[in-house]
Design a protein around this ligand. Sequence first.
Ligand SMILES: Nc1nc2c(c(=O)[nH]1)N[C@@H](CN(C=O)c1ccc(C(=O)N[C@@H](CCC(=O)O)C(=O)O)cc1)CN2
Ligand code: MG
Length: 283
Amino acid sequence: MATRLDGRVVSKKILGELKQTVAKLAQQDVTPTLAVVLVGSDPASEVYVRNKQRRAEEIGVRSLMYRLPEDTSQMTLLAKVAELNQDPDVDAILVQLPLPAGLDERAVIDAIDPNKDVDGFSPVSVGRLWTNEPTVVASTPYGIMALLDAYDIDVAGQRVVIVGRSNIVGRPLAGLMVNHDATVTIAHSKTRNLKQLTREADILVVAVGRPHFIGADAVKPGATVIDVGISRGADGKLHGDVDDDTVAPIAGALTPVPGGVGPMTIASLMAQTVALAKRRLHG
Ligand SMILES: Nc1nc2c(c(=O)[nH]1)N[C@@H](CN(C=O)c1ccc(C(=O)N[C@@H](CCC(=O)O)C(=O)O)cc1)CN2
Ligand SMILES: [Mg+2]
C-alpha cells in the first residue's frame, strides 16, 4: 500500500515554524501583510480565501481582504491593484483566480508589482524561475516540492511526468523540477498515448480537474503520485484526479484529496508572504 503523503501534518509543521519566524519579525516591528482580492462569489474561491485568512491569522500574518462585486470593471480592479502596489504596509498581493468572465486575467496579473507578487504569476517571477534565479513561485508547485522534501523523496535524476500545463500548476512545477535536476515531461489534452507516458513516470503529477482520470493502468508500480485535482462530486464529496481505490495498492506514495496538496498550497503562500516581508529588513 502506498505511503500517504499527508499535507495536513506537513503543513501544520511548516505553519508552526512560520509562526515563530513571524514572532521574531514582530520584535523588529515587521508584521507580514498579505492583501487578498476576491472578485465575485465563486463558492470554491470563497472557501480557499477563508482558509488563507484563517491560516494567516493563526501565525500572526496580517491579511487584508478586498471583496469586489461580480460586475467589477477591469478599470476598478486595476485601480485596486495599483493602490496595493503603492501601499508601503502591503508586502504581498494575491488576486484570487479564476476571475469572473469578462475580466482580463493576464492584464491584472501583469499589473501586480513583481516585488509583491506572492503567487509568482508575474512574467518577471516566471522568467526568474526558468533562469533558476531566486524568486517567489506559485504556491501549489512550491507546496508539492515541500511535501516531497518532507518525505525525503528526492527528485534529482527522476523521470517526472506532469499531466496539465496550467500557469498555476503544471508549467511552474516543471520549472521547479528541472531546477532540482529532474527529467520532466509535461503532458496535456493533446498528448498522444498518455497512458504509455504516465506509466514511465517515477513521479507522476496530475492536475487536470477530472475526477478519477488516472487509474492503476496509468501508473508504474512503486511510483510517487501527486494528485492536484479537486472536484466536488454529485455525492457532495471532494475527489481528486487519481482513482485512489485502484492506485493506492500499487503506488509507492500517494497524496490524498482532500488533505494532500491543498493544505500545502496555503502553507506555501504563508511562507512566501513571510519571505517577502523579510525584504523590509534586508532591502
Ligand atoms: N491567486 C490564486 N488563485 C488560485 C490558486 C492560487 O494559488 N493563487 N490556486 C487555486 C486554489 N487554491 C488557492 O487559491 C487552493 C485550492 C485548494 C486548497 C485546499 O486547501 N484544498 C483542500 C480542500 C478544501 C475544500 O474543502 O474545498 C484540500 O485539498 O485538502 C487550497 C488552496 C486556484 N486559484
Ligand atoms: Mg476519490
